[in-house]
Structures are given as structure tokens and as C-alpha cells.
Design a protein around this ligand. Sequence first.
Ligand code: PRX
Length: 651
Amino acid sequence: MQHKLYYPNPELSKNASVKSMDEYNELQNFAKRDYEGFWDSFAKEKITWKKPYTKVLDDSNMPFARWFEGGELNVSEQCIDRHLEKNGEKTAILFEGELGDIQKITYNQLSVHVNKTANLLRERYGVTKGDRVVIYMPMIPEAAFMMLACARIGAIHSIVFGGFSSDAIRDRVIGAQAKLIITADGAYRKGKPYLLKPAVDEAISKGGCESVKNVLIVKRNNEEINIVEGRDEIYNDLIDSYSDKCVAESMASEDPLFLLYTSGSTGQPKGVQHNQAGYILWAQMTMEWVFDIKPDDIYWCTADIGWITGHTYIVYGPLAAGATTVMYEGIPLYPDAGRWWKMIEELKVTQFYTAPTAIRMLHKVGNDEPDKYDLSSLRILGTVGEPINPEAWDWYHNKIGGGTCPIVDTWWQTETGGHMISPLPGATPIQAGCATLPVPGIMAEVLEEDGTPTPVGEKGLLCITKPWPAMIRNVWGDPERFKKAYFGDCKKDGKPVYFSGDGAMIDEKGYITITGRTDDVMNVSGHRIGSAEVEASIGNAEFVAESAVVSEPHDIKGESLCAFVILNLTEHAGFEEMSKEINNIIKNEVGAFAKCDRFVFVPGLPKTRSGKIMRRILRLIAVGEEITQDISTLEDPSVVEAIIKATQEQS
Ligand code: PRX
């Protein structure tokens, strides 16, 4: 179904960074005509270089693109120091704790915090350029100080989302051979203190983390925690004695900035590596184009710093653009479903960026809550991470945006570093559920595997056919996996191009609609989860022989997980009891967000003769749809009937 087009509000267009489709086309044509010239002009204008680059793009060894070679910079200077002269007293981070405590941290104060922290890491723990630091923190300003302090001394941070288990911390510590873990005692959630530090202790006690020499702990809720003498130290006790002046390391454009692990279709999560110059340039440019950030704006992205959205659009992008970025510690339902709307009123938020899952949830549990607050400060709304259904879009557009704020439906990924396909609020007519057009400079195309364009209205592969500055540079320590995972599926003009893993459809206007993953990656509440990870965890229940996990549509979460499980025992506990036990294992090994909503205990799984599980068939069975595809190629076609029967009996 084609949805109505909403044209940009002329008032907004008048002052927008990109004011019309003509301006959009001019920019995109510039990039098409002279790709390097396009990026050169922005890199020169936007980045404060310590040493100018000598080459814009080196694509001679694709897929390993190199941007702005010869150049040197420091990302923390790009985000802080260069704003101090004119905007030192402007609020950089506007923090609100779940209990209502507010901190306004100016750029001057941020500079002091980051420099002191950088000195502490350097002098006390000997952290230097290229060292890896794992950060496992709640949503408090210190999390941003830690990221920027690492950037200042050239250390590579690897943030582990606070909802992940100790196993995830351990895997990432081992993967990166991290020298230091930075954490907090805990934070506040649902009005109560909760703890993070025990998961770090558990991770280390499991063995294999010998690279870690110290654990630095930020005090947030003053709960009692275990301190290991000689290893663990409290940040708050130490920080005052460090200088607030810190010489920033001069980093080459292509030195790594951070690692962020994300789920893929096979095996364990991949350490996505982002480098310095290209990443920060694109983070800043998209803040200006997609969020149309202006000097007096109060910009709020509700993500967690543990995900790429938090990296690029809470910390690096807004600060590089010299904006005020709101950071909120807690959940949207505390103390009630009006919390976010109250914050928008009180903080006078101008741009609000969140996930469709949150919109659906707040619509369902608090439809009238927005009416209690004045949301007229809002100018632009955004969504990210998953498709937004028309009903949620309409509610967001009308109830939150008063029918006048444009919604930027931003499509991108951990690997892309920043926005790739999105409306520009002053230029692009928007449409519910549609990410619309590539951001200028991005060559996104919907293609067949052989690189021919997919016809209008048909599903194809969403590919990016030219390297872009913020693209993933490598899978940490595994260049072969990098090539295979992203450049193995689609070729254009005989050359491998980046395939996102998403399917998409293009319409006659050139608008791109994302149709969802084409691989075994699932998306629960905007969290990316690989079936292989959950299956590995289920396999650790001693009564499980094998399992296959698929997703099925869910009203609020977008997708929920359904596991088909083969038992290795004939005598066993009840299904309910076993389901609980498996979910406990998933919670401990992956995280609570990866728990399965449904388990079906089955006698077998649909496998091809080469042993590959046909998850497509399981997806159809989960939703009760008829199987029309040919199943004769299965090793044992009769298993399909048996799975259908078990599913019906157990539902
Ligand atoms: O399937 C797409 C979906 O989220 C995936 C990327 O997940 P992650 O790396 O965790 O990054 C999420 C935040 C950028 C994509 O492959 N996705 C992301 N944005 C959208 C989306 N699906 C539909 N519409 C979007 N706007």
C-alpha cells in the first residue's frame, strides 16, 4: 500500500541545512560526478586537522578502503576543544537521572572531565595509543567521559551494552585483549538501584581475561560492591588528583577509534572496527543534515551508549557538531508512561530520536500521556533500528509531533557508522514506514546478486556500491570474515560491493523501503540478535540435543523469538519448566533481551541433505502459515508434519 506523502513544513525548510529537493539533488549529483571532490570539500570544511591529509580515498585494495590518508587529528579535540573558545559555556551534556537529578555539563566542564580522565588512564594504568579498553557502564555522563578520554589518548574502546551478561563481557575482553575494564557500581532502573560490577567480577572469574590488569569503577548508586585489592579502584576517589590539561594524541585518519561487537548470521558476534577521521566526519555531517542541528537546539536520542546509535548519536555526532545532547539514565515507564514527554517539556527538547518499539509500547500503555505535556518545542522526530508500522508512525506523527514535525526514518547499521538512508527534514517529502532516499554522498542501491538493479516494486538486496567514510574497516582481527560477511554476496560490474544483509524495495520516486533481514539475524525491540548465538546458548541446557531459533511478528517488540528444540532425553521435566530453565541460561549467557517468548519441543528439524536448517520453513510454521515451497529436498520431509503437529499441540 502506498502511504500519503507529507511535504516539508516551509518554515522549517527556510532555515534547514538542506532546504529543498533541488538542493538535495545538487549535493547528490556532486557526489555522483566527483566522488572524491565531494568528500574532500566536507572533510576540509568540517574537521580540525592536526595535519592535512594527502589523499581523499584509496580504494586500490577493496574492500579495505582508506580515507584521508596522511591526515592526523584527535576525535576528542573535534568533539570538545574546538568549541571551547566560542561555546565553552554552552551545555554539552544535559543529563537526567531516573530519580530526577539533573546535571548540566558545559563544554568547558566536559573538557576538564575528559582531560582528567585521560590523564588518569594514561598515568595510572599506562593506557596508550592502540590499547583496548572495555567499557561496561550505565547511561551516566561518565560513560561519555570514558569514551572521549580513550579517544584523547588513542586507546580503542569496546563498549559492552549494560544489558549483556558476564559471558558477553568475557568474550569481548578476550576478543580485544583489553588491558582495562571500566564499569560502575550500578545505576537506577525502575526507581531502584541495580548493580553492574558483579557481572564484571563474574566475567573475570571465569578465566581467560588475563590481559585485564585493572578495573576502574565509577560510583553511581553507592551500593555495596566487591573490591579486589590491587585490581579494582574507584574513579571518584582518584580523579581529583589528575591535571585538567592533557595533550591529545595525534591520530592518523585510519587508526582505530573503537570496536563494537554486533550479531551476524553465523557464529559469535563480530567486532566491528571504526576508525578515526571518516567516522567522525560522517557523524557530524549527518547531525547537520538529518537532524538539522542548530546552535540553540536541545537534542535527545534515547538509545543506550552500548549500541551504535548511542555511540554516533548521543556522544560523537552531537558533540562534534557542538550541540547539547540529552542523556537519560532510566526507563521510559518510570514513574509512568509520561516520563519522556515530561522530559521533552521540561528540557525543551527540539529533536527527539527513538526506536519504533518504544513508540509502540508508549502508544499502547500511555495513549493519552502526551496530552498532559507541552511538546511544542519539538521540531524534528526520528526513528531507528527497525521498521516502523503505519499505526505507530501515525501516533508518533500526530500525538508527539503535532502533525507538523517531520519524522526522519533513518536506516543504517553498526557497520555503516552513521545514517545511510533517511529523509532530510527540510527537503524530503516523508511517507510512513519509508526510509526514503540515500543521504547525499551515499550510493545505496537495490540490486540482484549479479549487480543488476532490482525492478521497481520488487524485493532486492540493499547494497552500498561505493565505500563511504564511516564504513566498517574490519572485523577485529579477522579480515577474512570481514570480506566474506559483507562483500561475498553481491557483485556489481564484476566487483564485490557491500551488502547490508537487508532486503529492500525501490519505488518509482527512488524511495527505498526496507523489507527486513535476508539472513538469520533477528531484530527484537530494535536489538540485533543472531540465531546462532541464541542456539549456542540453548544447546548448553543439558537436556537439549539441538535447536533452531526464528523470529515471529510481535505487536510491541516488532519481532519475538521462537525456539524449536530437540531433546536428548526421553524422560524429562515438563515443557514449561524446561522453557524457564533455557531462558535462564540465555539470560546468563547472552542477556535478558534475547530470551525466547515461545518454545516448541520437536522430534526433528527441517534440514537439507547438506545439514543446513531451513529456518524459512520454521518461520512459516511459527506463524501458522501454509508451506507452499518444495520440501522434497529436505533430508526427511516427514519432519515438517511432525513439527506442525507439535506446534499446534503446544500452543
Ligand atoms: O535490519 C536493519 C535494521 O537494523 C539493522 C542494523 O542493526 P544494528 O547494527 O544493531 O543498528 C541499529 C541502529 C542503527 C539493519 O540491518 N534497521 C535499522 N534501521 C532501520 C532498520 N530497519 C528498518 N528501518 C530502519 N530505519
